[in-house]
Design a protein around this ligand. Structure first.
Ligand SMILES: [Zn+2]
Length: 102
């Protein structure tokens, strides 16, 4: 085994790929473990689609920090102008074009 440590458990492969893509944009290599990915069968519980994301130990602290930021960015926000609920990746309210309040 090498020096990879578990960073995060994604609920499914879609979330796992999104997080992996985000971290790799920041230069952090991510490995995924999970039933949907093949490999590791027999050592992983098969009852869920949970995907584990692993990063190198030396990147763990930075990856956790980035992950926190990613989750904040992806958190839905409510438009103060019109009250519409927006997905976290919208920079402006999709309905009225207002900026989110800081
Ligand atoms: Zn709005």
């Amino acid at each position: 085994m090498d020096s990879y440590v578990e960073l995060y458990r994604a609920a499914n492969a879609i979330e796992a790929h999104a997080v992996k893509g985000f971290l790799e944009q920041q230069g952090i290599l991510v490995r995924m473990l999970g039933e949907a990915l093949g490999g590791g069968a027999g050592e992983l519980p098969m009852e869920s689609q949970e995907v584990r994301l692993l990063v190198e130990r030396c990147h763990q602290a930075r990856a956790l920090e980035l992950l926190k930021r990613y989750q904040q960015e992806m958190a839905p926000w409510q438009c103060a102008a019109c009250g519409e609920q927006n997905d976290g990746h919208f920079e402006l309210c999709w309905r009225c074009g207002a900026e989110p309040e800081a």
